[in-house]
Unconditional design. Structure first.
Length: 302
């Protein structure tokens, strides 16, 4: 019992998030750092199935149980170290983490559960990002609500991407993203809730894109993502990641989860201007809207 209490104290004091499950895949331990990363308390999670907890990166109607879930594989004796993944935050957005999965053993050396250890993924070159953010604020290039670049900044990026295209012929992609039925959300729940939806969407998009990509609030409920140095295939895969991550995000409204979806249009360019690519991405987005919403459509610029 003393060794158990010491281990419990040590895990509680770790700066990494720690979650432990038993063989029934019920959460039995959730430390303070895990609470800080995911916004969920131990009181809320202990006793719940791991597929219902913030640690489950499952997509809609498809829990990653059994076949591909790394926590489930740990119950079978496998160990996985330092893999990137996204967890749900209690407020609805995604959190980028590095996670490891290990089996736990009883005194007679039989597997009696599994543990997931995770920490927020470090942002690349944080001092550079901080300096850039300070420059953006000084130049009034940040959107005050979502804290991402505004349209003015986006127009500057268009010029930069065109220059790079002319000098080096570097292929690039652009996404045009529109929140589905946003007017209905505002009319039904009010503009304060609408603002929270914009923040959750912006935060989730920013957590999903690569460090060298740039997210812009183009206006209203529209966002643009500039994706330099990519391929057509990678752009299509990224579009679906963005769409599904938004689909599984939420904001709390009167103790209920309000979920939203987005329609995404993408354009891949090897020899057109960024402005032409934005126009193509805009058309692709409207095609996603017209064919049912919550879809991504990708065009190849010619």
């Amino acid at each position: 019992m003393k060794s158990f209490l010491l281990a419990h104290h040590a895990l509680s004091s770790l700066s990494d998030g720690v979650c432990s499950i038993n063989m029934d895949r019920k959460v039995v331990f959730w430390n303070r750092s895990a609470e800080q990363v995911c916004g969920c308390s131990a009181y809320d999670l202990i006793g719940t199935h791991c597929s219902e907890a913030a640690i489950c990166p499952a997509q809609k109607k498809h829990y990653l149980c059994c076949d591909t879930c790394l926590l489930y594989k740990a119950l079978q004796g496998e160990t996985t170290i330092s893999v990137p993944m996204h967890l749900h935050h209690q407020k609805g957005h995604k959190v980028s983490v590095m996670a490891s999965f290990l089996p736990t053993f009883s005194d007679n050396k039989l597997i009696n559960g599994a543990v997931q250890i995770f920490t927020i993924s470090p942002s690349p070159a944080p001092h550079i990002l901080l300096n850039e953010l300070q420059k953006l604020r000084k130049a009034s290039l940040l959107d005050p609500l979502t804290a991402v670049g505004n349209r003015r900044y986006g127009q500057q990026l268009i010029k930069q991407m065109d220059q790079s295209q002319q000098l080096y012929g570097t292929p690039f992609g652009i996404f045009f993203i529109d929140i589905d039925d946003f007017k209905v959300i505002n009319d039904t729940y009010g503009h304060e809730t609408g603002d929270r939806v914009l923040k959750v969407v912006a935060t989730t998009l920013a957590a999903t894109i690569r460090s060298r990509d740039t997210l812009i609030r183009w206006g209203g409920e529209e966002f643009v993502v500039f994706v330099p140095n990519t391929t057509y295939t990678a752009l299509g895969e990224m579009a679906e990641r963005l769409r599904t991550h938004i689909e599984n995000a939420w904001t709390n409204v009167h103790d209920t989860k309000l979920k939203v979806t987005v329609s995404i249009g993408g354009a891949f360019s090897q020899n057109t201007t960024a402005l032409d690519a934005i126009d193509q991405a805009d058309q692709a987005m409207y095609h996603s809207k017209a064919t049912g919403k919550n879809k991504s459509t990708l065009y190849l610029c010619k």
